[in-house]
Design a protein around this ligand. Sequence first.
Ligand code: SF4
Length: 845
Amino acid sequence: MKERFIDVPALGAGVARLPVALRILLENVARTQSGAQREASIAAILEWERHGTSEAEIEVQPVRVLMHDTTSTPALVDIAAMRDSLAEHGLDPASLNPVLPVDVSVDHSLAVEAYARPDAAKLNIAHELRRNAERYRFLRWASKSLAGVRIHPPGTGIMHTINLEQLATVVTTEMRGGERWVVPDLMIGTDSHTPMVNGIGVLGWGVGGLEAQTVMFGMPVTLRIPDVIGVKLSGRLAPGALATDIALTVTQRLREIGVSGEFVEFFGPGVSTLTAGDRSVVANMAPEYGASTGYFPIDAATLEYLRATGRDEAAIALVEQYARRTGLWFDPNAAPKYTRVVEIDLSSIGMSVAGPRRPQDRLPYWQTGDALRKAAGAAQARFPIAIAAITSCTNTSDPRLLVAAGLLARRARAAGLSVAQGVKTSLAPGSPAAARYLSRSGLDKDLSALGFDIVGYGCTTCIGNSGPLPEGLDRGERPVAVLSGNRNFPGRVHPDLDLAFIMSPPLVVAFALAGDAARNLRDEPFVAADGARVKLEELWPRDEEIDAATATSAEPADYRTAFELASASPRWHALESQSGARFAWDPKSTILRRPPFASIESGSQLGSYTAYPLMVLGDDITTDHISPASAIPGDSLVADFLVERGEDRNDLNVFASRRGNWEVMLRAAFHNRSLVNALAPNAPVAHTLHVPSGEVIPLSEAAERYRRAGDPVVLVAGHRYGTGSSRDWAAKGQRLLGIRAVLASSFERIHRSNLVGMGILPLRLDGELRVEAGDRIEIDAAPDKLRPRAPIAVTLVRKDGSRQPIPATAAVETQFEVELLRDGGVLPHILLNATRNLNPQGEAA
Ligand code: SF4
């Protein structure tokens, strides 16, 4: 190679024993750092090899950022507001721009309104554009006014599929000091399923929107050198089993041993039996198995994938040459050092489903009946399927899985079978290329004959945008969803459904034919219109058949052509939008409002104070509890607020679509019916006890009363606070409620980082904290005393005046996080940096 690169193996004798993911981090610190910091980072990573774990922190510089429309809108709103703040301080607003490429996929807002009709995709995208027009116009402003921001319009696909098929280079080049460097394509995304791209050898993981803003403004990601769990794969997948089944098995196994935010890397001879498509399915579910990555190193299958998706031969050659030269090339016989090793024999994996409430509850596909009866606490024989959705980047990005569903549909159709009455069917591939290969093989017609017409290219049912439930559904019978997604928490798929199974696309079709989620599909045959009995094994396509159909329908050029055509979307480009350096806020808008926290004056929330608990919550509070994404209920206070401002109570859209409006999101905080607040256990949704008055009132009102009285507030919770989606609004909502610290037994990784990003101190309780109404909490967290993982003095002051010290630790991982908390969070930190670096004319100082 003529270009410069870091000779990774030459950095130390132990490099070959490091997990490949850590070799990529090693390359990064060796290239982006200098002097003593560089030496210390390299030494720390090499030292990891001796113990398989480390407490040391390193700073890593990704090369790009990926976002979706719901996480990017608030981030871009923040940038617009920060530009205002700069202008108000006499600085040039246009000087504030991301310094890394930022790709935004508009994929999260597509809903399944129309289905089982050939024009469903067209109707749904029209509905989406109408419903989200103001937000989308704002995104168009951002793409015109902010350097480096690229928006991929509706119809271009799901972010992680776009990443696999279009954005990922695996190995890239960059200019540094006038020289051209070859570097790994290390990236971050504001979505927990970002590690899907680990399936093709790109190291990437999910971060909160706030952490992403830090990175896009040129600051590094600071992380402790992660523990790496090695998953050793042996054997070969048994006939009939699919990549989805591996993903569900890995999820179950790793959840059993408990992985929390660590890196996972796959190794061993079984890896070589998997295609890059298979690997990406398994990598995608990293958050479900509790990991930040599910890394598969680069090998011949990676190159094959790049070729199959139309990548340039010179770029593919560079990937191979670089990976082989720098020790990143996969060796199936190597056994690097890992923190822990789990072994999985691929040949032992059978056709599976997971549910009905958690993705880790895998079971054989024919045992759903007992699982449903147990979960529902009912002896009900039948559980009607309300939704059968082939959905999600997880299982629609690999052509093999969609082809398998099509082949099953073809046989079912030939056997005279049809989908049961009352099942809402949909097919939402991650990429518009899918329409091309399905059509080339004619499988689109077979799927369509069973109601699986393409409803669009976006997240749809996977994110809960499943649209209305089918009419005539008997809700007394506990309807169930079957989907090829990755999450099935109660209410995730649809607010009225609390039972759902995750499965491969062909199994979704099979269950749709049965219409009953409790049906034993192994033993009970389907009955055709003419009375013929057909068993699932007769419908299930053979592996060779799937491979042959995939190979004959595949055309590498499809990927680029379909993407470019969708990117050219005339309806998107026809949306009128502003173009100035500052965004002109519409004072009447109920979608976009300038947020108060994106300003230089935000101020630190650290200090020594005595606080009222605003809420006292239990274990497993998810970010969905803290800041819902689902439909805004017409009978809620949020609805009243919007109706007062001229909105139609019957068309309020989902909470996620209002994340550009802090006034709505403040009222949406903790709007979840299943949340129990020990201060007021029977309170209406999103209410709490205002202790001084003894009244139970809306949370936002209680927060306002405390604020006016000058009383600080904190929040108390149990274990795993903030699990679920990476959602910076969960932290922003708490900041708007005035919460200065969250005291919890443990935190989920991304939410903890988001709390810090919003200037809220996360405190890890080392024992139990039983708070009763009237108790107050004294916290001594002065800015100059705060250190990473330092003990913090916390005292519970009982209503009767008695005092009880509570052992607690600052859940602050790095010195950089301490600085963020001192500045009041990421946004004031970026602004304060900008004011330090710029003079009033906007010139670099
Ligand atoms: S399809 Fe599902 S998992 Fe994939 S990005 Fe969308 S919401 Fe996330």
